[in-house]
Write a protein that binds this ligand. Sequence first.
Ligand code: ADP
Length: 158
Amino acid sequence: MKIMYPGSFDPITLGHIDLIERCAKMFDEVEIAILENDSKSATFSVEERLEMIRESISKWSNVRVSAGSGLAVEYAKQINCSVLLRGIRAVMDYEYELQVATANRVLDKDVETLFLVASPKYSYVSSSLARTIARYGGDLKEFVPDHVAVKLREKFSK
Ligand code: ADP
């Protein structure tokens, strides 16, 4: 069975990677889908995000990444997938995720959303926090892989 992990991944963090690793053990295939988020304007281009994700997932043969636009349920159908993966770090995530998962269910009742709870080690990690730390020159090693830290520093030194 295949699961799709939709998100902004702006950029991919150790928290995302932890979820991907856990899912790669449970599912035959994991497809990460970079989908534009209406309410967030991205720091990295889709191409930059694809490249950072590709480098982060190279050790798993059953994980791939693609990018699309539009609704997650529509994109899932396009790639022949009927399960979506989302992560929950805190109650704040839960409220938003519950609304999105319910809306997706109304849009397509055949698409299920599976939630994984963040590992305690990464429950405070987010892309936006990683961007803020990079902007002020802080240590990124507990937030993103080294190759992503390099890209973040490059981006904010301009
Ligand atoms: P979006 O803009 O769609 O929320 P994100 O890239 O911010 O995209 O997040 C994608 C998904 O990954 C969301 O469900 C989010 O809750 C989850 N996620 C993000 N960071 C973590 C983390 N540290 N641990 C577990 N899940 C996470």
